[in-house]
Design a protein around this ligand. Structure first.
Ligand SMILES: NC(=O)c1ccc[n+]([C@@H]2O[C@H](COP(=O)([O-])OP(=O)(O)OC[C@H]3O[C@@H](n4cnc5c(N)ncnc54)[C@H](O)[C@@H]3O)[C@@H](O)[C@H]2O)c1
Ligand SMILES: [Zn+2]
Length: 379
């Protein structure tokens, strides 16, 4: 798989995608010639499952390890304080290097610790979830949550490299895999065929863990995000397209109760709503649009069923306060590969699209979900 080069205003960095990349990880660190010591931070689950494999890459360097508890609560002031303490007690210097190995939680909080300790120390990201590989580790946004809300404290701090090793995904729980595929389907809407083709092949197989297809999917998704954030490093314009399905998704996550539906799962339902809204506002139901819908629907069947009420989502989206004549802003599709920002969406159309997608989720959600610990209620 070729290396993706993220070109930025000040400096660029590579994103590497492949299987069994321990040697490559080693050479990426070696390429930074002046490195004295490595500070390696792991997600606890990744540490339990893969630290022996990963350590082989660090041989020869003085390595200090730190294991982070899993879960969203780790993105906190408390953890950040512990990371700073650990780094400063060990007298970190700018010739040391920080590595964040884990999902989006790990790369967000460790990246932010790297951004803030000594006003910025170099770091590398080894994302270990699909969502981390295609989204969280790319774009340079780092940060933590606060009692007032998610991701409210943070900084833009670009890594020196991002290494996506598909081998690590073998142990990723299926639900997390599907959630990551939700973000991939979002890129598919923005990018079109180049991504939708391998995604639809993966979904038609019985094996969501096919490493070769996953590598292609990750490569194309990461390249898409890298291209979009490069053209819009500070999150002002085109980057908005990355919100496809997300206005709905945020409302769905909130209405369901955070954690009951994973973010990537809510994105799948949100993409269906965005598809419906696109058609309601004029997109033609071409064969490509229908094929895109079918991919979203296949993913929908993998999400565990949860009761989600239309009015609760609408309320969570803070749209119930908007007057009927007010126009809303959404990312829409004229076809897969053609996403655009629309400022003139009618309130009524948005609610109808959301209603249709929630109904579809209620009908088919959970049909293919395995081991989610929750059965669909009997009709
Ligand atoms: N910075 C950004 O631009 C950006 C973008 C999107 C999301 N995010 C953030 O990312 C976070 C979500 O990331 P996530 O979905 O990766 O969640 P996560 O980091 O919590 O990981 C999900 C779960 O997978 C486990 N896990 C990780 N790697 C594993 C592996 N290889 N095998 C088995 N289990 C493994 C973890 O222990 C955890 O329980 C959120 O906090 C979100 O705000 C940030
Ligand atoms: Zn998202």
């Amino acid at each position: 798989m070729p290396t993706i080069r993220v070109k930025l205003h000040k400096a660029g960095y590579p994103i590497v995608v492949g299987s069994n990349q321990a040697t490559r990880l080693r050479s990426l660190i070696e390429a930074r010639k002046s490195i004295q010591r490595l500070f390696v931070f792991y997600d606890a689950q990744l540490y339990a499952l893969h630290s022996d494999y990963m350590r082989a890459a660090f041989k020869g360097w003085e390595t200090l390890e730190f294991v982070l508890p899993r879960g969203e609560r780790t993105k906190s002031q408390t953890t950040l304080g512990r990371l700073h303490d650990f780094l400063l007690t060990a007298s970190i210097s700018r010739s040391d290097f920080i590595l964040a190995c884990g999902g989006g939680v790990t790369t967000d909080v460790v990246g932010f610790a790297a951004a803030t300790v000594l006003r910025g120390v170099s770091w590398g990201a080894v994302p270990s979830t699909l969502l981390g590989m295609v989204d969280a580790a790319i774009g340079g946004k780092t940060g933590i949550n606060s009692p007032q809300g998610k991701n409210l404290i943070g900084a833009f701090w670009q890594p020196s490299f991002v290494l996506c090793d598909t081998r690590l995904l073998k142990t990723l729980p299926r639900r997390q895999m599907v959630a990551g595929l939700g973000e991939v389907a979002k890129y598919g809407g923005i990018e079109g065929e180049a991504l939708l083709e391998p995604l639809s092949r993966l979904l038609s197989k019985d094996d969501l863990y096919d490493e070769r297809l996953l590598a292609r999917i990750i490569f194309r998704s990461a390249a898409a995000k890298a291209r979009i954030v490069t053209s819009d490093e500070r999150d002002m314009g085109v980057r908005m397209l990355l919100n496809l399905g997300h206005t709905f998704a945020h409302g769905i996550e909130k209405a369901a109760g955070y954690g009951r539906i994973l973010h990537g799962e809510a994105v799948i339902i949100g993409l269906l709503a965005a598809w419906e809204l696109s058609v309601l506002t004029g997109a033609r139901e071409t064969s490509k649009m229908t094929a895109y819908r079918s991919i979203i629907e296949q993913l929908l069947r993998h999400i565990p069923y949860r009761r989600v009420e239309l009015d609760a989502v609408w309320h969570a989206m803070a749209l119930d306060k908007k007057r009927q004549e007010r126009k809303l802003r959404f990312v829409l599709l004229s076809r897969p590969g053609r996403a655009f920002l629309c400022d003139t969406v009618e309130v009524r159309a948005a609610k109808k699209a959301l209603d249709r997608s929630l109904r579809r989720y209620a009908e088919t959600g959970g049909t293919d979900a395995k081991n989610t610990g929750r059965q669909r209620p009997k009709p």
